[in-house]
Design a protein around this ligand. Structure first.
Ligand SMILES: [Zn+2]
Ligand SMILES: [Zn+2]
Length: 422
């Protein structure tokens, strides 16, 4: 039987007190918390390479964790080993007379199946077996493509998750859930993929992910997973933050421009790319700096106002040419002035579609996000753009697709789909 160390469970009475060491002093990344009803615990994972630490809090007085804390106090609780087939593993252990707590697997955190082995069978250690839930195959590395004289490098700033219903608007869950399986909280995994466009004179980045100015609560709501983030991706691509001389925003939502700024050494928020001229759309800037009740949670002022204050932000209008061959094209729809970026060189065209086609699953025209402020404008854009993209063989970049960075829009028997390239 193959068993891989998945995580070490630690029972805690006070999660914040534990995080003071593991997060604040050690600097480890805290992922989302999840309540596991069946076990009356709340689990919070902290990333430590291929394995993680799982902090367990009791959610009821009769929770096994409450009992454990009463008897033994806070500390190491169990070791979890990941197996491919938990039923087979349990059958194997039973046949060898190993004493089990659970003869049958039960639901655990992250939609996994788990079963515990009695500590008396394992030298006093409580052992959990875990079979991970089937996952969307995440594509988290960098991908390169040459387009005429330009080099395109798709990057990653980690993953997050949003409500699946909101991501697909009026499309029923039964239609999208097989393509992008949701978690127990109905959230689907999404990526943040900025794009580098390199010419002989410029190194431009389009969008920059959500950045790292996040508190634990928001990180939990959006299930941020930035074990592999933009710094790692830039290093893998061989691009230094200092090399970037242009940073272009599709629009000013946090999952697109959070990474334009960072917390500097003195605690002030400063531009992330020290030598870059930042570019945003003038009317989008107006909307972002005057948000209303529906848009306020998406526009975080700290992502872009510090750029203006630092004097590095330039505002441009529809159709602006950023560098030769690279142009804004207004889509509207998602926000009134949302832009896609048309990239042309050597007779070929690539398009950074941002939130017009957030994932390849959004290929059909009416598969629109509930987040769009003007969904009929998104539909209008896709009706015109879709046939054009197919006819001219545009290479589309999907900023939020968890498993595909870029591909070509195709149509067969009246059905739209994407043929993957990267
Ligand atoms: Zn957006
Ligand atoms: Zn977005």
């Amino acid at each position: 039987m193959k068993a891989v160390l998945d995580h070490i469970g630690i029972a805690v009475g006070d999660l914040q007190a534990s995080l003071a060491f593991f997060r604040d002093a050690l600097g480890l990344h805290v992922e989302a918390s999840e309540e596991v009803m069946a076990q009356k615990v709340r689990a919070t994972f902290v990333a430590t390479g291929p394995s993680s630490l799982e902090f367990l809090e009791a959610t009821a007085p009769d929770s096994p964790i409450a009992k454990y804390l009463e008897k033994r106090g806070a500390g190491m609780h169990h070791v979890a080993l990941r197996v491919d087939d938990i039923e087979a593993a349990l059958a194997h252990l039973k046949s060898r007379g190993v004493r089990l707590i659970d003869d049958q697997p039960r639901p655990g955190a992250e939609r996994a199946l788990v079963a515990f082995i009695h500590p008396s069978a394992a030298n006093g250690v409580l052992v959990e077996l875990k079979q991970a839930a089937p996952k969307v195959e995440m594509f988290k590395t960098v991908g390169r493509h040459t387009l005429g004289d330009l080099e395109l490098i798709t990057l990653a700033d980690g993953f997050f998750a949003l409500d699946g219903g909101s991501m697909f608007g009026t499309v029923p869950r039964v239609l999208w859930e097989k393509r992008l399986p949701p978690d127990d909280a109905n959230r689907i995994p999404l990526s943040m993929r900025p794009l580098i466009v390199r010419s002989d004179r410029h190194t431009m980045i389009i969008d920059a992910g959500c950045g790292d100015k996040w508190d634990a609560k928001s990180a939990q709501i959006y299930k941020l997973d930035r074990r592999f983030h933009l710094d790692h991706a830039l290093a893998e691509a061989g691009v230094a933050a200092e090399d970037i001389d242009l940073a272009l925003a599709s629009h000013l939502h946090w999952d697109h421009v959070g990474g334009f700024t960072k917390i500097g050494s003195n605690g002030a928020i400063v531009p992330r790319f020290p030598n870059a001229k930042y570019i945003a759309h003038r009317a989008e800037w107006e909307d972002a700096t005057h948000p209303h009740e529906r848009s306020r949670a998406s526009y975080l002022q700290q992502d872009f106002v510090p750029l203006m204050e630092a004097g590095v932000l330039t505002l441009v209008d529809d159709g602006a040419e950023i560098i030769p061959g690279v142009k804004y094209r207004r889509s509207g729809g998602h926000t009134a002035h949302h832009q896609v970026v048309m990239i042309e060189s050597g007779g070929e065209t690539a398009v950074f579609t941002a939130d017009m086609y957030p994932t390849s699953v959004h290929a059909p025209d009416p598969w629109l996000m509930g987040y769009d402020l003007y969904p009929m404008d998104t539909l209008g854009f896709k009706r015109a753009f879709g046939p054009e993209a197919i006819a001219r063989n545009y290479l589309l970049f999907f900023e939020h697709d968890p498993s595909m960075a870029a591909g070509h829009l195709r149509e067969k028997d009246g059905k739209r789909f994407v043929e993957r390239l990267i």
